[in-house]
Structure formats: C-alpha cells, structure tokens
Design a protein around this ligand. Structure first.
Ligand code: SF4
Ligand code: SF4
Length: 205
C-alpha cells in the first residue's frame, strides 16, 4: 500500500511526460508535413548536369546557386569547367538552343586540372585551405600544406590567395585508371531524333 502510494506520484509523472511527448511529437510531425520545403525538381536536374567544382566562375558561389539561376532564366553558357558538353546537355534538358561558352567567364580546359603545392616553398599561411570549397588541402598554420588530388576539382580558387605563389594547376592526363564514361544525358526532347527511313510525310522512302 505504502509503496504504491509512494509510487503513484512517479507513475503520474511518467504518464504526464509520456502524454507531453506524444503531443509534442504530433505537433512536430504535423509541422514537418505542413511546412515541408519542396525541392524544385528542375533545379535538381540542372544541378546534376553541372560539374560540381564549386569554383564560382559562373559568378555564383557554387553550382547549386547557378542551377537556381538557370531555372529562373539565366544563360546556360557561364560554366567553363563544364564546357560545351554541359551547355549542350542543359540545352537538351531545357529544350533551348545551345549557345557557345561565354568567354567572359573563362575558357574550357582540354584536360582536367588539379592543384599542386610546391611544398618546400609553402610558408603554412593556410590561405589556400580557407579558399578551397572542397576541403582538398591538408595543412596547419606554419606547417607544409599539400593537396589531396582525389578531392581537388581543379577550380583554381586556391592559386590567387597564395602569398608565395607556390601553387600550380597541373593538367591530369586521362589514363585508363582515370577515364570515366560520361553518362548519356537525358533523352532529347526533339521528336525527330529517331532515325527512320520514312520521310517527313511518313511514306516509306
Ligand atoms: S585544392 Fe585548389 S583547385 Fe583544388 S579544389 Fe581546392 S581550391 Fe580548388
Ligand atoms: S596559400 Fe600557399 S603558402 Fe599559404 S599555406 Fe597555402 S600553399 Fe602554403
């Protein structure tokens, strides 16, 4: 008897806490559904076609913001790392003409590039680490810095801030090991893409 009485306040507290947890859980669940931010599917598709170098040569602080800009009608020819191939894929996705790359934003490089730090000249100022959007540089203050080549997208952003100019952008020759099959882009929206021996009138030629 005594024990139950002593326990009833505890049981009450547990019941109250359990009830509160249920209520808050329901409120949070409702809010998650009611205020869910729908991603814009076209922005996702455009972003998937951009090279994800996050280099900012398009004038935006990364590829996603540029994808949002394109979805809002911005030109599709501002991405040098992606080059003409990316422009063609974007044009195919959006069903528009593919313009030439806008030279104002830079030129397309034939081969991919990666940054290389001449380590014996590095003074360990960490400026390159701060500039790198990919966390591709290892180093510490007053210590030598080096680039993790697999993480580097060749965006060039670390070269300019280096006070001793000891960072080179070197072209990476395509080898069997580094060759990547470029997945075909979305099927073209052009209805006449399928080769057929029927002429425009549909009569067999
Ligand atoms: S190391 Fe330099 S080139 Fe490579 S991703 Fe970082 S900032 Fe860009
Ligand atoms: S910016 Fe240049 S000097 Fe400074 S840490 Fe990087 S590589 Fe070294």
């Amino acid at each position: 008897m005594m024990d139950l009485a002593n326990l009833s306040p505890l049981l009450t507290a547990l019941l109250v806490l359990g009830g509160l947890a249920l209520i808050f859980g329901a409120v949070l669940g409702f809010a998650a559904v009611r205020y869910k931010i729908e991603g814009n599917p076209i922005v996702d598709q455009i972003d998937a076609l951009l090279p994800q170098t996050q280099c900012g040569q398009c004038g935006h602080p990364g590829c996603r913001p540029y994808a949002e800009g394109i979805a809002n009608g911005e030109e599709i020819n501002k991405c040098p790392p992606g080059g003409q191939e990316t422009i063609n894929e974007l044009a195919s996705l959006l069903g528009v003409e593919a313009p030439e790359l806008d030279a104002e934003h830079g030129s397309e490089s034939e081969l991919p590039k990666v940054a290389y730090i001449r380590e014996d000249e590095c003074i360990g100022c960490t400026k390159c680490i701060q500039a790198c959007p990919m966390d591709a540089i290892l180093g510490a203050a007053k210590q030598m810095h080096t680039v993790i080549a697999d993480e580097c997208t060749g965006c060039d952003l670390c070269v300019e801030p280096c006070p001793v100019d000891c960072i080179d952008m070197i072209e990476v020759p395509v080898t069997l090991g580094s060759w990547k099959w470029k997945l075909p882009s979305e099927p073209s929206k052009d209805p006449n893409i399928i080769a057929t021996d029927a002429d425009a009138e549909g009569d067999a030629a």
